[in-house]
Design a protein. Structure first.
Length: 235
């Protein structure tokens, strides 16, 4: 029986050796990336430092100290002025480290300080969508212009239809001038509204709504007296 136990222990050791060696290799690579990150950080090359910290973090999967690297990444984000990203990294640090971690009070204070630097719009992610809001505002104004000048063009067309020259389609250019101008402005306004609306949707998708929206709906509307652009979404 003892011989069998020794044999089983030998097989178990043989199976563990490659795994231990691989883990050791990963830790050594993680240390190299970490040392590179520290050098970049000291030289104030924060973007490069973050890349190396991330590489080190990825190689430390399962290691009890892996979460500590989120603190370093948060510091890099903070130095780059990326307040929201820094807060996210610090919150990951708090989630991935034990309550006894001595840096937790400092990190919690950093989160509070960073939140104070964010305005109401920044804190909710609203600042990202300002360009999109501007684009939709332009689209709405253009639709209003389309509604007004389109209505004027229709009214002028109705007036011309009652003239004696209309039946013979021989009305002079002077009679048709206003209608043509109104129709041209209406067409241009509609084109601007469409372009601005498309730009707004692209900006929403590109910039995101503080994590992204699941659905964005765009609905232009026109009535005899007004026009506008309705934008809806589900977050």
């Amino acid at each position: 029986m003892r011989a069998i136990l020794i044999a089983l222990a030998g097989l178990l050791f043989a199976a563990l050796v490659p795994a231990v060696a691989e883990a050791q290799t990963d830790l050594e690579a993680a240390r190299r990336h970490f040392d590179l990150a520290e050098g970049h950080f000291q030289a104030r090359r924060f973007a490069l430092a973050i890349e190396e910290y991330e590489a080190s973090y990825a190689l430390m999967a399962g290691h009890p100290n892996q979460g500590l690297i989120r603190y370093n990444i948060g510091r890099g984000r903070e130095e780059l002025g990326q307040a929201r990203q820094a807060i996210a990294e610090y919150e990951r640090f708090l989630a991935e480290t034990p309550p006894s971690e001595p840096h937790r009070p400092e990190v919690q204070q950093r989160i509070q300080n960073l939140r104070l630097t964010l305005g109401p719009d920044d804190a909710s992610g609203g600042a990202d969508v300002v360009p999109a809001v501007i684009a939709f505002s332009v689209a709405g104004a253009a639709l209003v212009s389309f509604g007004i000048f389109g209505g004027l063009a229709l009214a002028e067309d109705g007036r011309i239809a009652e003239l004696p020259c209309a039946a013979a389609m021989s009305c002079p250019d002077a009679e048709l001038s206003d209608m043509s101008t109104f129709a041209l402005v209406a067409d241009i306004s509609l084109g601007v509204a469409g372009a601005a609306a498309i730009a707004g949707v692209i900006l929403l998708v590109t910039l995101g709504l503080d994590g992204g929206s699941d659905e964005v709906a765009l609905a232009p509307w026109v009535s005899p007296s007004a026009a506008g652009l309705a934008v809806g979404g589900r977050l």
